[in-house]
Write a protein that binds this ligand. Structure first.
Ligand code: SF4
Ligand code: SF4
Length: 370
């Protein structure tokens, strides 16, 4: 049987039927019969890297938090620290960034808890016994929470193709060790000497300091240190680092899904998902910039099925018209793949297929308008 995915459209013609009031009704529908009074609810989101403005607006998060509170839950906002050296690399910088982006009590009445602690080391192992991993390392506060409410800004992603709920849960709830496990060996950069201008941006942002400039001022990589995180690719301004690792992208996606499996193990009836199809940029909110949307804003989806909601998100983006004044560079037709157009080696459907194979949800869905 197909799973239900609720759709909150963006039309609103009077104050009695706003997008926020329908988002709240959607959240209530998702929580009914699942949330217990007193549950500690981890509201998993991404606070956005400094310089990025595509993250979910605090006003939407506030609406969700109010519903959780009204229904007896105890919400806290949460995310994990990053591998790369940005402004969310440790809990102090991360909390300051969250406040900087409006996630403080005056806007959103819930505390922020960085799920993997001060330096990303607070984690627990979960047995999964799957193809890539026998066990996975998950941030403690995510595992210890009674309930997981996942808020995802849907966008493109340089390695996964689609950044949806599966990625938010799989990569976003992993500890630092877990993130390294997912990236390990999936990508080894080979900077092109002709294109490299020696700007050192890749070196500054490489988490394990695997890059250096040679005597000629060209970037080189130490394969012994590289963890394959692809941050250098994201930051290189000249395209000197090649992205041709199509088979490796699928491995990363499968690993990510195995992590999502570990996060949701024991929480299948205590997890719900809301995807925001707004400001659908080519790159993720970890980038310290936000590029123009690939397609017009679509709406907000809600479901108890992580596979169905990501499949619906991918389908709706593909059905939309591609915007020429974006990274696409031309007006793609409905039906053309917008994510593949900007990340041609990242076959994003693989993460959804694999999640369905593992029984995490159903690719068949029906959209129900709120
Ligand atoms: S892919 Fe390797 S070289 Fe590039 S940033 Fe990550 S660890 Fe550093
Ligand atoms: S970011 Fe690109 S151009 Fe700059 S040093 Fe690294 S490889 Fe060279």
């Amino acid at each position: 049987m197909a799973s239900t995915v609720y759709f909150v459209g963006l039309r609103a013609e009077n104050e009695h039927n706003t997008v926020i009031s329908r988002l709240k009704r959607c959240a209530q529908r998702l929580l009914e019969g699942r949330l217990s009074s007193g549950d500690l609810v981890a509201v998993k989101l991404h606070f956005g890297e400094r310089g990025n403005h595509g993250f979910i607006r605090p006003i939407f998060v506030r609406a969700i938090v109010e519903v959780i509170r009204d229904m007896g839950g105890k919400p806290f906002l949460t995310d994990t620290n990053t591998l790369y050296t940005g402004f969310r690399h440790n809990a102090v910088d991360h909390l300051e960034t969250a406040l900087f982006h409006g996630f403080g009590y005056p806007s959103v009445p819930a505390p922020v808890v960085i799920a993997d602690g001060l330096r990303g080391k607070d984690h627990e192992w979960v047995e999964v016994a799957l193809k890539h991993f026998s066990r996975v390392s998950i941030a403690s506060a995510i595992l210890e929470a009674d309930f997981l409410f996942v808020l995802t800004h849907v966008k493109g992603h340089i390695e996964a193709g689609l950044g949806g709920a599966l990625k938010n849960v799989g990569m976003g709830c992993a500890s630092r060790i877990g993130k390294q496990m997912q990236h390990g060996g999936t990508f080894l950069p080979a900077p092109n000497e002709e294109k490299c201008i020696g700007c050192e941006r890749c070196i500054v942002h490489c988490p394990p300091k695997a890059l250096f400039l040679d005597a000629h001022g060209k970037a080189k990589v130490n394969p012994e240190l590289c963890i394959g995180c692809a941050e250098c690719l994201l930051y290189c301004p000249t395209g000197a680092i090649d992205a041709s690792w199509s088979a490796k992208s699928e491995i990363l996606q499968e690993r990510m899904v195995e992590y999502a499996f570990g996060v949701l193990k024991g929480k299948r009836e205590k997890a719900v998902f809301v995807n925001f199809l707004l400001d659908i940029s080519p790159d993720c909110d970890c980038a310290p910039w936000h590029d123009a949307s690939l397609v017009p804003d679509i709406g907000i989806l809600g479901s108890t099925d992580i596979v169905a909601i990501d499949q619906a998100s991918g389908d709706l983006v593909q059905r939309a018209e591609g915007l020429a004044h974006s990274k696409l560079g031309r007006p793609l037709l409905p039906g053309e793949d917008k994510f593949l157009a900007v990340h041609p080696t990242a076959l994003w459907q693989r993460q959804i297929d694999y999640a369905a194979e593992l029984g995490l949800g159903n690719k068949e869905y029906v959209l129900e308008e709120m």
